[in-house]
Unconditional design. Structure first.
Length: 120
C-alpha cells in the first residue's frame, strides 16, 4: 500500500521519529507513528488523496484547519476528531507539519515523554 520511496514519507519519518520514544510500526499496510503505544500520526493515501498525514489536532484548531482545502476528515479516524493533511494540494510547509505533529504527539505521549520533549 506504500513504498519507502513515496514522496513526503522520508521527511515525515524524520519529523515523527525525532519525538522521544516514538516508533514506526506498519499497521493497516501503512506506516504509523506511535508515542509509546499510542498512535499520533499515519502516512496514508487513496485515489482522492494519494499522499496524506493523519494526525490528532488540538480540538480548538479543528474548525480553522478544516476551512483550509489541504485538510479533510479522514475515514475511520475523523469521527474521533482526527484530521488529515493532503500533501499534494499545495507546497508542504514542513514547519507547519512539525507543529501539527507536536500537538498530536503531546495528546498521546506519557508524562515522562513530554518532559523529555520539553528538555530538547
Amino acid at each position: 500500500m506504500y513504498s519507502d520511496d513515496d514522496p513526503y514519507l522520508a521527511q515525515l519519518r524524520k519529523l515523527c521519529l525525532a519525538f522521544p520514544e516514538s516508533v514506526e510500526i506498519e499497521a493497516w499496510g501503512r506506516p504509523t507513528f506511535q508515542a509509546g503505544k499510542k498512535l499520533f500520526a499515519l502516512f496514508v493515501g487513496n485515489d482522492e488523496h494519494p499522499y496524506a498525514m493523519v494526525f490528532k489536532p488540538d480540538a480548538t484548531d479543528s474548525e480553522a484547519l478544516l476551512s483550509d482545502q489541504r485538510f479533510y476528515s479522514p475515514p475511520y479516524f475523523g469521527a474521533a476528531g482526527w484530521l488529515a493533511l493532503d500533501f499534494t494540494v499545495a507546497a508542504v510547509d514542513w514547519a507547519e507539519v512539525a507543529e501539527l505533529l507536536d500537538a498530536s504527539y503531546r495528546q498521546m505521549a506519557l508524562k515522562r515523554m513530554l518532559r523529555a520533549l520539553d528538555e530538547l
